[in-house]
Design a protein. Sequence first.
Length: 394
Amino acid sequence: MNRNFFIEVNSQQRNYDGERISGDVFLYRYIKEEDRVIAVLSDGMGHGVKANILATLTATMALNFTREHKEVDRIAEIIMNTLPVCSERQISYSTFTIIDIENTGKVTILEYDNPSCVILKGNQVFDPSWKKVVLNKGKNSGKVLKTCTFLPEKEDRIIFCSDGVSQSGMGSEQLPFGWERENISSYAASLVTSESSISAIMLAGKIVTMAHKNDNYKAHDDISCAIIYFREPRKLLICTGPPYEKEKDKDLALKVQSYKGKVILSGGTTADIIARELYKTIIDELIFEDPELPPESFLEGIDLVTEGILTLQKVNEILKTYNNSVKLGKGPADKIVRLIMESDEIHFIIGTKINVAHQDPNLPVDLEIRRTVVKRIARLLEEKWLKKVTFEYI
């Protein structure tokens, strides 16, 4: 890897008022073998199912052609000539923004008819020097797209949205021409000024909420905003299970103590070992926030202390269906998921001592051994959430 930052990608959407499905589609992929990220936002003409189908077709084509390292003008030509054209208005049925981030960090952006991306360096708007791409053959000959390339640095952000954001409030006394790119840029910069490490999902959410407010809380179009945030990776250590040999207890405690990031201890025995070796006291909580699980405990210097295998099993179940619209509870497993979602690099230290309790035939059949559950969690985090997961056995 040649870049020295983590790429956080996330989005928020609000449907056209009264619609159950968005006519905007946001897709992104991490291509592991190339250490490359591709993100696409497409806006289908109109709203509802028809718009969603057209936007999905566009976004999927854009992802696949970009993945094949085709030149930007060739990608534009293929997509534009494949998409149907409105017989009345003679315009394509969907617009798109494609962002391709290579393993060197180099960013290439290609836009067609979406509001122009806003690039922030810290809280300052950056102009990457846009170039025009003019199509010279096919039914879209003469159509103009925009492209740019630049090398991002830590704390840079790319903000891209559908015209449901830029045209929000259009016709109102305050915003006769809509919110417009300049106002969106100023609003995003002010949010970053007040909270320099604001996450991609939080920033996207605030922009979408403001656009909805501009429309008097009755969206006149599908509202979508996606953010790419280049930043220092946020690290999380999840420690579960006692070491195979008792002599390794001190090593485990020192690893936990010296870790540069947040720490979760999952397992009563694990927590007891850390407390003993670091001369600290565990305080047990007696409030059951989740009736299915033992309550969490507290240990100075540790972000979260929970029961082990049952809690990890519940974490796995939550992650199977979790998405941005799921509201997490206050239980121990929910808190682990919340910390995982706030982190980029998750390191598991897994103790390999056999826990006699887990061999009890009276326990539920699905109470799997620790390593199996952790591997299932890791697979979900890598495939669905693009987290970087590492393991260490002790």
